[in-house]
Design a protein around this ligand. Structure first.
Ligand code: AMP
Ligand code: GLY
Length: 432
């Protein structure tokens, strides 16, 4: 079977590395991909949000390209990995064109695409989350913040904003600036035309990814991302600077509470509302003193979480994808290793703000025993160079977290590119 994976980050490289192990897959294609993905998959030049372009590509890949009498394999699945094409409805269009897919349709991807939708959905289904109100009028929003007079307070754009649409304001001045940047100055475009103001939640943050066919939900090992750019959770929010998986503070007791109060009500609630969610759902949770609460849903695999989690997956990823498509996930046993894993992201200095690219990456040949996932890389004149904010994700797996972290950092220290930046405290809290 041929498979096409949409996207170009470390997440997609981890997905493709996992799919490569499936004996049923004969060819992996990716668009647009990156230099690391190109070592395993055939990369194409269509942007991840170009729905028409991707349907055209899928049709081309589906054509019998074999020699006479040697029919080439048909395109089995199109795996839509990033948020933007999912929220835009790429899966719906691919299905209409006759292709099988991995990823939710537009009416389910809205769980990530609109915070106003997801907050009201949680309210309707009694799913624990931060108290909130939604606003389109800046004056009303500021009056509400004054009436609450509780800081920090959290101000979020309704729509997708590359992980930057959440502002944690420590006082009224910061809160007013945040509201005005979204509702008055249009800093986030249409994504910030409506905002959510919500209660600040205190606790350990955990990501739980789960496979779901819209009926059954099967969770993956819990992990913790490190979203701030600098050590000690300082600096700006980023897409994610590192992850540890199989974290000790997500106990079996918390896991069953989350299953009962959050995961099942979410999947059932979406089905009841005629928005069956098929694919991978991302639960961003805060483990508060009053129980686990949802910070956010994403409609896809997390990045970099996937880079720490898929190396632990023992079941064939293609079997899971097929079971989701055919809505028979309940019948499939999915197993993960109990080992711990750690992923350290190497970024371009300056990320998530302005950064330079085009710098030569060296040292990769000296590294063994870790996964090297490419994100912002490309090949230029035969050399591997930086091409994005997050450049590489280095994942190590071991029986204990300390060894996994030591292995990952040992590898990171051998890799060089100009202005390379990484956090030196990934997983520190999980070791305490
Ligand atoms: P989001 O894009 O919703 O994941 O928010 C980005 C980050 O902001 C989260 O990973 C949390 O660290 C933080 N955050 C979001 N909402 C809250 C909240 N209600 N209380 C505390 N922190 C939050
Ligand atoms: N790691 C955060 C995200 O994927 O949104």
């Amino acid at each position: 079977m041929k498979i096409l994976v949409i996207g170009s980050g470390g997440r997609e490289h981890a997905i493709i590395t996992s799919l490569k192990k499936s004996p049923k897959i004969t060819e992996i294609h990716s668009t647009p991909g990156n230099a690391g993905i190109a070592e395993t998959a055939t990369c194409h030049n269509v942007k991840a949000t170009d729905i028409d372009g991707i349907i055209k590509l899928a049709k081309e890949l589906n054509i019998d390209s074999g020699e006479a009498g040697m029919r080439a394999e048909a395109l089995g699945i199109v795996f839509v990995a990033p948020d933007d094409p999912l929220v835009l409805g790429m899966v719906d269009e691919l299905n209409k064109a006759g292709f099988k897919t991995m990823g939710p349709r537009k009416n389910a991807a809205i769980l990530e695409g609109s915070k106003v939708f997801s907050k009201s959905f949680m309210k309707r289904h009694n799913i624990p989350t931060a108290a909130y109100k939604a606003f389109t009028d800046p004056e009303k929003a500021i009056t509400y913040i004054k009436s609450q007079s509780s800081y920090p307070t959290v101000i979020k754009c309704d729509g997708l904003a590359l992980g930057k649409g959440v502002i944690i304001a420590n006082n009224l001045i910061e809160a007013e600036a945040a509201v005005n940047s979204m509702l008055l100055d249009n800093k986030f475009g249409d994504s910030g035309k409506e905002i959510v103001i919500e209660e600040y939640l205190d606790g350990m943050e955990v990501t739980v990814l789960a496979f779901t066919d819209g009926i059954t939900v099967k969770t993956m090992p819990a992990s913790t991302d490190h979203k701030r750019a600098l050590d000690n959770d300082e600096g700006l929010n980023t897409g994610g600077m590192g992850v540890v998986a199989n974290v000790p503070y997500y106990t079996d007791e918390i896991a069953s509470e989350c299953m009962e109060k959050i995961f099942l009500p979410t999947i059932r609630g979406m089905a009841q509302e005629n928005r069956p969610f098929k694919g991978c759902i991302y639960f961003g949770l805060m483990l508060t003193s009053k129980g686990a609460k949802v910070i956010e849903y994403n409609c896809r695999f997390g990045d970099p979480e996937t880079q720490a989690i898929l190396p632990l997956l023992e079941t064939d990823l293609l079997d899971i994808i097929e079971a989701i498509w055919e809505e028979r996930l309940a019948d499939l046993e999915i197993t993960f290793s109990d080992e711990k894993s750690a992923c350290v992201v190497m970024a371009s200095g300056g990320y998530p703000e302005k950064y330079e690219t085009g710098y030569k990456i060296t040292g990769l040949d000296e590294i063994t025993d870790v996964y090297i996932y490419h994100a912002g890389t490309k090949t230029e004149n035969g050399e591997l160079v930086t091409a994005g904010g997050r450049v590489l994700g280095i994942t190590a797996v071991a029986d204990d977290l300390k060894t996994a972290l030591d292995k990952a950092y040992e590898a990171v220290e051998k890799i060089q590119f100009k202005n390379a930046h990484y956090r030196t405290d990934i997983g520190r809290k999980a070791l305490l």
